[in-house]
Design a protein around this ligand. Structure first.
Ligand code: NZQ
Ligand code: ZN
Length: 387
């Protein structure tokens, strides 16, 4: 496929880099910031104090929006938009993970727009301008620190929607792997799955082979599996945490999509689950992907076999058998890092799969791209494989 690749986010990576946040904001000439963060992890770790001090010592004034929850909601983003307008914020500073960054991205657009914000998610309007967003990343997972998308849940109708725009790409992302030492095992594992999935959604998009991109994608998956295992066992291993953090950014900044596209099939199926049952996005994907893979691999056995051989060193000559073994090994890997593989294990004993398939197919009007079209009936089939 033809493609355009533009990933303008400046990445500042390494130990202690969060101490430079004030200097970096100031280098762009910004003086007033809206500081957005989540529950309590930034206060507990002392990061909040370090960021405040760095901003203050560089002469940057700031107001705050706290309380962003995982699976972030539109209403809080709207409060942030009003606050950004009232305080004349020139930059939205997200200190956290995907949920905080996505909230900041929507504030950055909504602060300059008077209309109904959800229109953008519904595709009724396209945003034309945004305030800049800066990031101090605290968890390796969503890749929002470099991505062109943001995802919110609208509590009014329970829908979780994302949309893409170049305006969503942050101006800078400060990435210190040490900040992720405190991420617990479950969130670490959810992040590992999400990182893998951002590349796999592109690798398994129905497009012919793209050699350079495929080689990058498979190497990234191999390293994430390896580093993931180490970080899961030893949360303070800097090298492993660093690999995951850089992979988080590269997996969703479109590098592994050059010449391909983000199919998003598993993501869309999962977003219905996290919208309805408020589960961790990555954990939901651990349930979706094996079911999806079992549903479609016979339609592209060579692609699945290559994944098995290059990521998990499967040596079987027959493509179909190698493909099956690759899916099995990946599932066992998910299990070995404490991830669920069924709805029940995810904490949803009685999932309303009819409603989720209906919502995901927008009342049976759309299908998702894969080796076959995934419409309402296929969505139901895949959800059934997760029971
Ligand atoms: O709120 P706090 O107290 O900070 O706790 C968070 C939260 O409970 C905690 N955490 C984060 N950093 C920590 C930490 N705990 C201890 N130490 C730290 N250093 O981790 C929990 C999860 O945080 P969250 O931001 O929700 O995680 P993640 O980065 O996985 O983001 C998930 C959200 O991003 C969306 C997902 O759908 C979900 O809503 N996505 C966004 C994408 C994008 N914008 O490009 C792409 C993804 O596919 C995804 O859909
Ligand atoms: Zn994701």
């Amino acid at each position: 496929m033809e493609f355009e690749f533009c990933t303008p986010t400046r990445v500042i990576f390494g130990r202690g880099s969060e101490g430079r946040v004030g200097e970096i904001v100031s280098s762009y000439g910004y003086r007033r910031v809206l500081f957005v963060y989540g529950g309590g992890s930034v206060k507990k770790s002392g990061l909040y104090d370090r960021v405040c001090e760095s901003l203050a010592s560089n002469g940057i004034s700031f107001s705050e929006l706290s309380g962003v929850k995982p699976n972030p909601v539109l209403s809080l983003a709207k409060r942030g938009m009003a606050l950004a307008r009232e305080t004349g914020a020139e930059l939205i500073l997200a200190v956290g993970g995907g949920s905080v960054i996505d909230t900041a991205k929507e504030i950055a657009i909504g602060a300059l727009d008077g209309g109904e914000h959800w229109d953008f998610a519904l595709g009724k309007r396209t945003p034309e301008r945004a305030l800049p967003v800066g990031v101090v990343l605290t968890i390796s997972a969503a890749g929002s620190e470099m991505s062109s998308s943001a995802v919110l849940t609208n509590e009014e109708d329970g829908s979780k929607r994302g949309y893409n725009t170049p305006l969503h790409r942050p101006l800078f992302a400060i990435c210190n792997p040490e900040l992720t030492f405190t991420v617990d095992k479950y969130q670490t594992a959810s992040g590992i799955v999400d990182i893998l999935m951002h590349t796999l959604e592109r690798y398994f998009a129905p497009v012919p082979d793209t050699e350079i991109t495929d080689a990058i994608a498979l190497a990234l998956c191999r390293e994430v599996v390896k580093a993931g295992r180490i970080a899961y066992e030893n949360p303070q291993n800097y090298e492993a945490r660093a690999s995951l953090m850089w992979a988080s950014s590269l997996s969703h900044n479109d590098l592994t999509g050059a010449g391909r596209f983000f199919a998003g099939t598993c993501h869309r199926l999962e977003h219905e689950m996290s919208a309805k049952y408020d589960v961790a996005h990555g954990a939901g994907l651990a349930v979706v992907f094996p079911a999806f893979a079992k549903y479609v691999y016979r339609l592209a056995p060579e692609r699945f076999a290559r994944f098995a051989r290059e990521v998990f060193a499967v040596t079987l000559a027959d493509d179909l058998v190698a493909a099956e073994q690759g899916i099995e090994i990946l599932s066992s890997y998910f299990r070995s890092i404490g991830m669920p593989l069924t709805f029940g294990e995810l904490g949803i004993p009685d999932p309303d799969i009819l409603d989720m398939a209906r919502r995901c197919s927008r009342d049976k009007t759309i299908s998702l791209p894969s080796y076959i079209k995934i419409g309402y009936d296929e969505m139901l089939d895949i959800y059934r494989l997760m029971l």
